[in-house]
Design a protein around this ligand. Structure first.
Ligand SMILES: Nc1nc2c(ncn2[C@@H]2O[C@H](COP(=O)(O)OP(=O)(O)OP(=O)(O)O)[C@@H](O)[C@H]2O)c(=O)[nH]1
Ligand SMILES: [Mg+2]
Length: 196
């Protein structure tokens, strides 16, 4: 049988949550620019060209909708904290992201991606605090885990978790490059979308 999420296909991009129709269930990926959102989506779908992987940070500037199974969505949100963007554009992005995160009743989980080696940045903390305060369910995924030296993996997991008041097991640890943690995350997403 085909693996869940391997049938993911791009549906549409939107700049405003009001442009989006209804769906049965959806999950979203959010995180600072360049943290590896598009790469993670490609890894989950086992496709190389599904979501555009950017050489230039800040490339994904719209809410990108991907569909799997009957009427389930996986959503790639624009990255925050791109230092090169003009101020007015930053405000637009923030409005776009917040509008989406608060405006979707079918949203089952927001996966917040943080860099495994760098750990949560100030903007990551702000995003996670805001999600907790807004009671939007969220799960932390540490990306680019291959960048953490094997000898430091355990300590790094503990430190990243502690900085977010979580236990190490609460954080999904993944490398899109090496495939680490991808099958587990794929199952988790499929289960949230009630595809299993
Ligand atoms: N070593 C390593 N590099 C990765 C991994 N995932 C992504 N990258 C690299 O990180 C850079 C950014 O990846 P993207 O997937 O485009 O990041 P993004 O979060 O979608 O970025 P924006 O769309 O600009 O917000 C690219 O050069 C990727 O090749 C990983 O698991 N390991
Ligand atoms: Mg992207």
């Amino acid at each position: 049988m085909a693996q869940p999420l391997h049938d993911l296909k791009f549906v549409t991009s939107a700049s405003d949550v009001a442009q989006l129709g209804a769906c049965r269930a959806e999950v979203a990926f959010v995180g600072r620019s360049n943290v590896g959102k598009s790469s993670l989506l490609n890894a989950l779908a086992k496709q190389t060209q599904l979501a555009r992987v950017s050489k230039t940070p800040g490339r994904t500037r719209l809410i990108n909708i991907f569909q799997t199974g009957p009427d389930r969505w996986v959503v790639d949100l624009p990255g925050y904290g791109y230092a090169g963007g003009p101020k007015v554009e930053k405000a637009t992005w923030q409005g776009m992201i917040e509008g989406y995160l608060l405006g979707r009743r079918s949203l089952r989980m927001v996966f917040v991606l943080v860099d495994a080696e760098i750990g949560p940045t100030k903007l990551d903390h702000q995003m996670i605090e805001w999600l907790r305060h807004s009671e939007v369910p969220c799960r932390i995924v540490a990306t680019k885990a291959d960048q953490v030296k094997p000898s430091r993996q355990l300590a790094q997991r503990r430190d990243v978790a502690a900085s977010l008041n979580l236990l190490p097991g609460d954080i999904a640890w993944a490398s899109s490059l090496k495939g680490t943690g991808i099958p587990e995350l794929r199952n988790e997403v499929a289960s949230l979308l009630e595809l299993l």
